[in-house]
Design a protein around this ligand. Structure first.
Ligand SMILES: Cc1cc2nc3c(=O)[nH]c(=O)nc-3n(C[C@H](O)[C@H](O)[C@H](O)COP(=O)(O)OP(=O)(O)OC[C@H]3O[C@@H](n4cnc5c(N)ncnc54)[C@H](O)[C@@H]3O)c2cc1C
Length: 420
């Protein structure tokens, strides 16, 4: 047993690593354990968008009707695999409840506040300590193919402006000015100038390098299998038959968090939301300048350093597995020329498709805070479609909570046991 107590983080995705970053900065001895080899996973191949524009959670009015329609289409962007699973049924029921108008409105200020906090932290990191995030602040375009889609997006833009997030409805001509190389065949769009983007794999590499240089210990291929309890504390984590003594423990295990919490006797609903991406080299003639979202198709396109055009999408709730459903990938690829006439993308080989599992809470809000059951157990997980966007803010908040410092924002919406 390693007897010297340490602050232990289980999970070395972007949430675990940013948690380590802030806890280390607060003067703690930090160990991170990750079951993977630290080379891939949800935090690496995603679309890398930093999106204060996404202040409306997925669980919102109308999503159930859309979801039911999409269930019948194998190329659709959203899918829940019907199966007899108590975990899925309970999650689905909580998702349904969260999609009510009133509940959705309660979630909005929390999402907005953590998004803005997080973006500000992205701006600050690197300025004093050399952590290069690659943050590129250009904004983001929401493309609407249909008049109905544009109407819906214009409504979101109006709402955004009311709550202090700048959004501008733009027509095809204005889109052409922003994206002169693309022949956009759309009704219009919305430009969110406060959004940003980065290359997530480069950020992960830089974060690891920074942490290792600063004596944070990261153990890869190290799956935590169990916990030891002493009174009201988790006293140790078990790595096979090895034991590591815990001062404070943070669970940041993404899509695996429901199972981890269960081992500790806590109900924390998380379903894996599978998504795919394909990365191409930018072509000079059709070079895309701004990150964009094809709203009806729910496809994200990010031009990211160095010369990459990443196209990603789908939200497939089908359990924890990395099986690739090429029909859904086809749905993503087909949507691109429907929005941009001169961007014809070939269907990729299976091996060239990246797949990742988003950790989805039912209400679209993350779990950030102290558990009610143990006095030294914390959660930082459930960031769904916005883990990259929210990672620095979440890491900062959890460090403030653990160190019993004043918190940067109201965290009441993120209580880990809110569904218990
Ligand atoms: C197609 C796609 C596009 C996306 N685009 C964006 C975007 O543009 N912007 C954005 O903000 N977000 C985006 N996301 C979401 C984002 O990628 C996730 O929210 C984020 O990566 C989740 O990070 P995480 O650290 O919580 O989880 P993960 O990255 O999954 O990390 C969890 C880690 O825990 C480890 N683990 C699990 N169990 C154990 C155990 N028992 N012991 C030790 N380790 C364990 C796993 O090995 C894993 O490495 C996208 C996701 C997808 C799929």
């Amino acid at each position: 047993m390693k007897t010297e107590k340490a602050t232990i983080i289980v999970g070395g995705g972007i949430i675990g690593l940013f948690t380590a970053y802030y806890l280390h900065k607060s003067g703690r001895k930090v160990l991170v354990f990750d079951g993977s080899d630290g080379q891939d996973g949800c935090s690496y191949g995603n679309a890398g968008m930093i999106v204060p524009s996404h202040f409306v959670p997925l669980a919102s009015p109308g999503i159930i009707e859309k979801g039911l329609k999409w269930l019948l289409d194998s190329e659709s962007p959203f899918y829940i695999q019907p199966k007899l699973s108590m975990s899925l049924l309970k999650w689905g029921l909580n998702f349904y409840k969260a999609a009510a108008e009133k509940k959705m409105h309660l979630a909005v200020p929390h999402l907005k506040a953590i998004s803005l906090l997080s973006k500000e932290e992205y701006r600050k990191t690197g300025q004093t300590d050399g952590l290069e995030t690659g943050l590129t602040e250009k904004g983001l375009i929401m493309y609407c193919k249909t008049e109905k889609g544009l109407e819906e997006e214009a409504h979101t833009a109006e709402w955004a402006n009311k709550i202090g997030i700048q959004a501008k409805v733009i027509d095809a001509k204005e889109i052409h000015v922003l994206e002169p190389n693309l022949k956009a065949n759309v009704s219009g769009g919305v430009f969110f100038e406060g959004d940003a983007h980065l290359n997530p794999a480069i950020l992960m590499k830089n974060l690891k390098t920074y942490l290792l240089k600063n004596e944070v210990e990261i153990f890869y291929n190290s799956k935590i299998t169990d916990f030891e309890i002493a009174g009201d504390k988790v006293s140790a984590v078990m790595l096979g038959d090895k034991k590591f003594a815990v001062e404070d423990l943070i669970i940041a295990t993404g899509s695996w968090s429901e199972n981890m919490a269960k081992k500790l006797g806590i109900y924390l609903p998380v379903q894996a939301g599978k998504g795919y991406s394909v990365s191409l080299t930018q072509n000079n003639a059709t070079e895309m300048m701004y990150p964009g979202i094809l709203t009806e198709a729910r496809v994200a396109m990010t031009p990211m350093a160095p010369d990459i055009l990443r196209i990603g999408g789908t939200m497939e709730i089908s359990g924890i597995n990395l099986e690739k459903n090429m029909n859904r990938v086809r749905g993503i690829i087909k949507s691109v020329p429907a929005y941009f006439e001169n961007l014809n993308i070939e269907m990729p080989e299976r091996n060239d498709v990246w797949v990742g599992l988003r950790p989805c809470s039912p209400d679209g809000l993350p779990y950030i805070g102290l558990s009610q059951k143990f006095t030294n157990l914390y959660f930082n997980t459930g960031h769904a479609m916005m883990g990259v966007s929210l990672a620095p803010g979440s890491g900062k908040l959890i460090a403030e909570i653990i160190n019993k410092r004043p918190v940067s924002m109201d965290v009441s919406g993120f209580k880990p046991e809110r569904f218990a």
